[in-house]
Ligand binder design. Structure first.
Ligand SMILES: Cc1cc2nc3c(=O)[nH]c(=O)nc-3n(C[C@H](O)[C@H](O)[C@H](O)COP(=O)(O)OP(=O)(O)OC[C@H]3O[C@@H](n4cnc5c(N)ncnc54)[C@H](O)[C@@H]3O)c2cc1C
Ligand SMILES: *[C@@H]1O[C@H](CO)[C@@H](O)[C@H](O)[C@H]1NC(C)=O
Ligand SMILES: *[C@@H]1O[C@H](CO)[C@@H](O)[C@H](O)[C@H]1NC(C)=O
Ligand SMILES: *[C@@H]1O[C@H](CO)[C@@H](O)[C@H](O)[C@H]1NC(C)=O
Ligand SMILES: *[C@@H]1O[C@H](CO)[C@@H](O)[C@H](O)[C@H]1NC(C)=O
Ligand SMILES: *[C@@H]1O[C@H](CO)[C@@H](O)[C@H](O)[C@H]1NC(C)=O
Ligand SMILES: *[C@@H]1O[C@H](CO)[C@@H](O)[C@H](O)[C@H]1NC(C)=O
Ligand SMILES: *[C@@H]1O[C@H](CO)[C@@H](O)[C@H](O)[C@H]1NC(C)=O
Ligand SMILES: *[C@@H]1O[C@H](CO)[C@@H](O)[C@H](O)[C@H]1NC(C)=O
Ligand SMILES: *[C@@H]1O[C@H](CO)[C@@H](O)[C@H](O)[C@H]1NC(C)=O
Ligand SMILES: *[C@@H]1O[C@H](CO)[C@@H](O)[C@H](O)[C@H]1NC(C)=O
Length: 573
């Protein structure tokens, strides 16, 4: 689509305000936008917002931030920690479903992905936990200078305003030099503590897993209350929008375009005869491709229009949709792009591969002791009271609406990899990767596996995590998975890609199922400890059924269990 430059410049002169512009579909973006910006950032999630914030610190550069979703309305289901996971946040999410999971039950899973200014930080669980130092060092070892723990620590410090719990008897103390107090993301602990959290932490210690006074110190194992991205003074969600956008809304060089999806990244080939000729000869670009801007639209039927960039485009559309947009724009595996009728600009087999998800199971061990008070009890008059307390007593309140859904976490280490698991890691490899993986991806995977194997042998690196809620859900998540999946564009129109062809191939490597099984077995021993037995927990159906539920991300307390009989592919003796 051709735009009239003069018209745009005219419109720009009229609309350029004294502070950051927020342009919505009803503002008619094609009129309100400038023809070009120094930087265009795609996606206003945490990644995009941090970049847009930092780039626009320099008043001489112009930054356009494009977001498919809108600003959220700051309603209770977004801001109140106690409501997270209780109400349906789907109005701020993309509809993303996986393909049938052939290594589990052949059924699909939904994948939660934020579609709103703030991205997934508007819908996420608020847990504020870094990886172990060794995890980041493994990134560095894989050929990424600048991504090790000591490289990243200054940025961790810069990002946060960390406040420890006001109750000193809770065995938490921030490690020296590992926390920031001036950063934009507010981090703290809920004032309200459910009594059963103490049962959980006592039980965990009975099993020999120690408390870790600071789960974010780089020593990544142990257990404790989980810090949250919450504003301490009023115990509300701290998200990417409040941390990185709201404070800089007065910058005139930053423009936010909401309700617009980037449909394609534009390149310099079409407008350059030399490049066009060589492209036509070779069928893909033999040399470098310069990106020149983005094509945008409010929806599939709205007109598309172009905005150009003078310096860089930053693609921050999230782990699922970033590779999809790259593929649609001509960057990705050539064969797949040709199937989509997309011109292959750069054949990059890795785009859409090496997809990893932290597989999770969420069993509920219902606490039946009569005096247990949990989030499930916040109904009727109790809910009204909790709400009133939360709304009227922000600075002093200790009410249950301040407590995040996950109250405490445990990160157990393997210390030493059991021989059966080692056998799996060593011997079950290539045949489990997607057949589409080429030699470069296979080599990259082997390098990752070497790192993961070393990580899993360490005392300070977790193999899995337990996440305890107040109502007896002891979710188990795998921390270092070996399954690898793919995400491919379904068609060359971004609007046909909700969902894309997303196959995380959960448990395609049997190791991941076995790790989850170890977590479930730890749960069994945990509920048998004196501390936990006092809650009279009722364990759920058998482990095989639980493993079937991997990846069914649903934090809603649920009694419903899958009835299909299922045996994991490999069971340890
Ligand atoms: C349900 C859930 C719970 C989670 N819980 C936790 C937790 O407790 N602790 C934790 O640390 N992490 C948690 N996470 C993960 C964390 O929120 C994400 O890792 C983080 O938000 C990723 O940041 P991002 O910038 O890469 O992508 P996102 O934050 O997802 O942002 C991507 C943005 O790009 C936009 N976009 C996509 N395509 C386009 C396009 N073509 N044009 C324009 N805009 C586009 C999207 O609408 C979205 O707003 C959770 C995530 C989810 C979904
Ligand atoms: C937006 O402006 C363009 C350019 O003037 C015009 O063609 C289009 O019809 C307008 N769209 C709406 C929805 O007003
Ligand atoms: C700000 O941007 C201008 C224009 O690109 C550049 O000349 C200048 O060096 C930048 N200033 C800083 C402090 O980075
Ligand atoms: C899933 O489908 C595959 C292929 O159709 C089949 O071999 C397998 O038995 C199925 N698994 C389950 C648990 O139904
Ligand atoms: C950090 O948090 C404390 C509350 O714990 C607050 O008083 C202070 O203003 C915050 N500082 C910044 C820079 O946000
Ligand atoms: C939590 O335990 C304390 C100490 O035993 C008790 O006083 C309090 O009533 C309990 N709270 C709830 C909500 O059961
Ligand atoms: C919490 O306090 C912050 C100021 O720190 C304010 O901007 C925000 O609106 C408050 N949130 C709620 C939900 O009251
Ligand atoms: C076209 O592309 C070539 C190769 O990148 C470049 O050298 C040349 O300057 C470009 N021409 C124009 C008009 O941009
Ligand atoms: C698509 O976008 C156009 C332009 O903003 C708008 O007029 C129209 O109502 C939208 N259609 C849908 C289905 O949302
Ligand atoms: C507010 O909280 C403080 C501290 O917990 C408490 O003393 C006070 O009674 C509460 N006020 C109301 C109105 O709930
Ligand atoms: C891998 O399999 C081979 C052949 O079955 C066996 O000899 C070897 O011990 C296995 N490796 C591990 C680490 O178990």
């Amino acid at each position: 689509m051709k735009l009239s430059l003069a018209r745009l410049l005219e419109a720009y002169a009229l609309l350029w305000p004294a502070s950051a512009i927020h342009i919505t579909p009803s503002s008619n973006g094609s009129l309100a936008l400038r023809n070009s910006y120094d930087y265009i950032v795609i996606g206003a999630g945490i990644g995009g917002l941090v970049i847009a914030n930092r780039l626009s610190e320099n008043t001489s550069v112009s930054v356009l931030l494009v977001e498919a979703g809108e600003l959220d309305d700051r309603a209770e289901d977004v801001t109140v920690p106690g409501n997270i996971g209780q109400e349906n946040p789907s109005r701020y999410e993309w509809t993303v479903t996986t393909t049938p999971q052939q290594f589990l039950d052949n059924q699909t899973r939904t994948f939660s992905q934020g579609r709103v200014v703030g991205g997934s930080t508007i819908v996420n669980g608020l847990c504020w936990t870094r990886g172990a130092a060794a995890d980041y060092d493994a990134w560095k070892n894989l050929g990424n200078p600048g991504w090790g723990w000591t490289d990243l620590l200054p940025y961790f410090l810069k990002s946060e305003n960390y406040t420890t719990h006001s109750n000193p008897s809770l065995h938490m103390s921030p490690a020296q030099g590992k926390h920031g107090r001036q950063g934009p993301v507010q981090v703290g602990f809920p004032r309200y503590v459910y009594n059963q959290t103490f049962n959980f932490l006592d039980g965990i210690q009975e099993l020999g897993i120690p408390l870790n006074e600071d789960l974010n110190s780089g020593y990544g194992t142990g257990a404790n209350f989980v810090p949250g991205s919450v504003k301490v003074e009023n115990q509300s969600r701290a998200d990417a929008r409040t941390a990185y956008l709201d404070p800089v809304l007065s910058r005139p060089n930053l423009e936010l375009l909401t309700g617009h999806t980037v449909t394609r990244i534009l390149n310099g080939v079409a407008g350059n005869k030399t490049l066009r000729n060589s492209f036509q000869k070779a069928g893909s670009m033999p040399g470098e491709v310069t990106v020149t801007g983005v094509e945008l639209a409010a929806n599939s039927t709205a007109p598309r229009y172009n905005v150009f960039c003078k310096r860089e485009i930053i693609l921050a559309a999230g782990a699922i949709l970033s590779p999809v947009l790259l593929q649609i724009s001509g960057f990705g595996p050539a064969e797949h792009l040709r199937n989509l009728n997309v011109n292959v600009l750069v054949h990059l087999p890795g785009v859409g591969s090496n997809l990893q998800d932290h597989a999770m199971v969420q069993p509920v061990y219902k606490y039946t002791a009569p005096d247990v008070f949990s989030a499930l009890d916040i109904v009727g008059a109790t809910r009204e009271a909790a709400k009133k307390e939360y709304l009227t007593n922000r600075t002093g309140n200790i009410g249950p609406w301040t407590a995040t859904m996950v109250n405490a976490v445990a990160f157990p280490a393997l210390d030493e990899i059991p021989s059966q698991l080692l056998h799996l890691i060593t011997n079950e490899t290539a045949q489990n990767l997607p057949p589409t993986y080429d030699v470069t991806l296979r080599a990259g995977y082997e390098a990752q596996k070497t790192e993961i194997r070393a990580l899993l042998s360490r005392r300070d690196v977790a193999a899995y995590e337990l996440m305890a809620t107040s109502w007896g859900q002891l979710a188990v998540g795998a921390m270092h998975t070996l399954s690898r999946g793919t995400v491919y564009a379904r068609s060359s129109s971004i609007f046909d890609n909700e969902p894309p062809i997303l196959d995380p191939r959960l448990c395609s490597h049997a190791f991941d199922c076995e790790i989850l099984r170890m977590g479930l077995e730890l749960n069994d021993r945990l509920i048998a400890t004196d501390a936990m037995a006092a809650l009279l927990p009722i364990p759920p159906a058998d482990l095989g059924l639980m493993i079937l539920r991997i990846g069914r991300h649903s934090w809603k307390p649920s009694e419903e269990w899958c009835t299909r009989n299922f045996t994991p592919r490999v069971l340890l003796p």
